[in-house]
Design a protein around this ligand. Structure first.
Ligand code: AHR
Length: 652
């Protein structure tokens, strides 16, 4: 039932305000416009979030570029087995003399003296095996260069753990130069642990590189796409924005490890792979084009974060000696680096006729991606080296692209030297938005609920770019929910916020907690995920103060509430949080009149405070939705340990 603004109701509301305690506060606070970009996501390739995770490539180490620098013990043939099962013999080596291209130096060289009964070659283990589904199609591609052979028949197969073939195809090589061969394989059976076999059935010598296998069913059926079952819950968050590519990954473990966006676009075989700062390997297969495209697919504004031309202060493990590992790009290289930042904006927004816009168009997207934000720096140590480089980049972007909102950085903690000095620099330069980060105990989020009420509205806006309470229990999630009501209340100064990190592979977790855990077959959104989702799908653009009062609330930080309106629908959304063990009564006086018999949807997330949604068990806490009759003024009995979202429909 739509609500209506009636003069009698305004009069009654005024009487109520005059006679209630909340009047005093209402005098001080009036409805205010708030950011519509408030709730977004933080994506970093940490804990196998991209390679071995969201990026749907099934072959691990597809271009033989793994090295011990990625991880101790890793080398060019990690994840590969040399196959001579049918009594064949020959040899396998890794060489660099005549590569596919200079960005992709290593390749396998297979010498077949006798193919035996089955052929000889290579098998890839995937990332903990490959999940293959009966009836589904898989795109196989490989680059091969013949060395001492005119034509080589090749057999490509998917095999289960019993070595049974569950999908196969053949082709014959025909080139002395590197040439790409493609096949589509149709799976005949299900398995969670397939291997991909590439066998040569003849005599001679071949060079092999970029062995790739993708399910055709990716998210939105994109080529070089994303795992659909993992991308969908991200899309279901309906994030206002998506930050990419991190995190520490942005500034890197030393200057040579910095994330350089130009290395991550174009044909996948030409991208520059490198060590992942989280102790594995980064193919850049999920690079900047895929990021922009995913943002478009899920309706999120892209928020690329680029290094402020300094490496991570903890490079080389120097957090043990005070974070002294920060290094700056040399002065003589700064103009090139600044141009790189400007070129990203052209890549995203420039016309298809511009140099970088043309590369976007060549990748299949002639229209611009409508980039609005660019982050510069990631929780960097505030040093002279940082300050001078940040200032140069900031001034250059501001001068060339005044339409872009630059997001600066104020250190890795909610207070302290880097925070203070980061804010000083932001104030000096009038940086539009600064990025705050904090990972704290759940109680911290309760006791700091008023943090942003005290922020100066005339200074930079805040992007709370990384935050999480340390855990995935319902209690953790509710402490975050209570804090998120404060973010809404302060969304005139906090313009964006993103929980971090977003994804973690169950068996390759570098950081806890995370929002979504996954393995090759399962995806487990945490309870924290549902809190994020309930806020992001129930965001608003106007905040109404003093709508909720708790009967027992004195200075109890376990209780929190907010009220926003979504002007697109005229819906009013009331959020109630009880992070305590006792049920509570909330009195709600809506800021508008509503028609008699009005109903709202009421979503409750509640349960045992210690409950967690674990990957190998049915979820214990999920949102429950029901209809709730509402009036302009009504009471709600809030269960213990609960987030309740009451959405009162404005337009039907
Ligand atoms: O979110 C995990 C890490 O935490 C990020 O990479 C870094 O920015 C922060 O320290």
């Amino acid at each position: 039932m739509p609500y209506k603004l009636k003069s009698t109701n305004i009069f009654l509301a005024a009487i109520f305000l005059l006679t209630s305690n909340s009047f005093v506060q209402a005098q001080k606070q009036s409805p205010k416009k708030i950011s519509t970009d408030l709730f977004g996501i933080f994506f970093e390739d940490i804990s196998y979030s991209a390679d071995g995770g969201l990026y749907a490539e099934l072959v691990q180490n597809r271009s033989f570029e793994y090295t011990p620098a990625d991880r101790k013990g890793w080398q060019s043939l990690t994840a590969w087995d040399y196959i001579t099962d049918g009594f064949g013999y020959g040899g396998l080596s890794v060489e660099t003399a005549s590569p596919l291209n200079n960005n992709n130096p290593h390749y396998a060289v297979l010498t077949i003296e006798d193919e035996g009964q089955q052929g000889i070659g290579l098998a890839n283990q995937g990332f903990d095996g490959m999940v293959i589904k009966a009836g589904d199609q898989y795109d196989f591609t490989v680059y091969i260069k013949q060395v001492t052979v005119k034509a080589m028949p090749m057999l490509v197969s998917l095999r289960n753990t019993k070595n049974e073939i569950i999908g196969e195809g053949t082709f014959t090589t025909d080139s002395k130069d590197w040439k790409k061969y493609s096949l589509s394989l149709t799976a005949s059976a299900n398995t969670d642990s397939a291997r991909l076999f590439v066998l040569a059935k003849g005599k001679g010598k071949l060079c092999i590189d970029m062995v790739s296998l993708f399910p055709q069913k990716t998210f939105h059926n994109r080529k070089n796409g994303l795992r659909a079952d993992l991308a969908q819950p991200i899309a279901d968050l309906k994030p206002a924005f998506m930050r990419f590519p991190g995190g520490c990954l942005v500034h890197g473990d030393g200057l040579g490890n910095m994330y350089r966006w130009k290395n991550t676009i174009g044909p996948i075989e030409e991208r520059v792979e490198q060590k992942n700062i989280w102790n594995y390997h980064q193919t850049a297969g999920l690079g900047y084009f895929e990021f922009f495209q995913f943002c478009e697919d899920i309706g999120a504004k892209p928020l690329p974060v680029l290094a402020a031309a300094v490496s991570c202060q903890n490079s080389g493990g120097t957090w043990r000696i005070g974070g002294t590992g920060q290094r700056g790009i040399p002065d003589e290289e700064m103009q090139t680096y600044i141009q790189e930042v400007l070129d990203l904006i052209e890549y995203a927004n420039g016309p298809a006729t511009s140099v970088w816009g043309a590369k976007r168009a060549a990748a299949g997207h002639p229209a611009p991606f409508n980039l609005q934000y660019v982050g510069v720096g990631n929780e960097d140590k505030q040093t002279d080296a940082f300050r001078s480089r940040f200032t140069m980049i900031y001034n250059a972007v501001k001068a060339k692209h005044p339409e872009i909102t630059v997001v600066g950085t104020v250190g890795p903690a909610p207070d302290g030297e880097d925070y203070e000095q980061g804010w000083q620099l932001a104030n000096k330069l009038a940086v539009p938005v600064v990025d705050e980060h904090y990972y704290e105990k759940p109680e911290w989020f309760l006791s700091n609920n008023m943090r942003y009420d005290k922020y100066d509205r005339s200074k930079s806006k805040v992007y709370l770019g990384e935050y999480a309470s340390r855990g995935n229990t319902l209690f953790n999630a509710l402490c975050e929910a209570a804090y998120m009501t404060a973010l809404e209340r302060n969304a005139d100064v906090v313009s964006m916020a993103s929980y971090a990190p977003l994804l973690a592979s169950e068996h390759h977790t570098s950081w806890n907690p995370d929002l979504i855990y996954f393995n090759n077959t399962k995806v487990a959104p945490t309870i924290n995920y549902y809190v994020q989702q309930l806020f992001s799908v129930n965001n608003g653009d106007m905040y109404y103060p003093n709508v909720v009062s708790f009967v027992n609330k004195k200075t109890d930080t376990l209780l929190a509430a907010s009220c926003v309106k979504d002007s697109r629908t005229d819906d009013i959304i009331v959020k109630l949080v009880n992070a305590g063990a006792e049920p509570q009564k909330a009195n709600i006086v809506l800021p508008f009149s509503i028609g008699s018999g009005a109903k709202a949807s009421c979503t409750v997330l509640s349960g045992d405070a210690k409950a967690k949604n674990l990957i190998n068990m049915a979820p214990t806490v999920l949102p429950q939705v029901s209809e709730l009759p509402v009036k302009k003024s009504f009471s709600y009995d809030l269960p213990a340990y609960a987030l309740v979202v009451i959405r009162i429909r404005g337009k039907n």
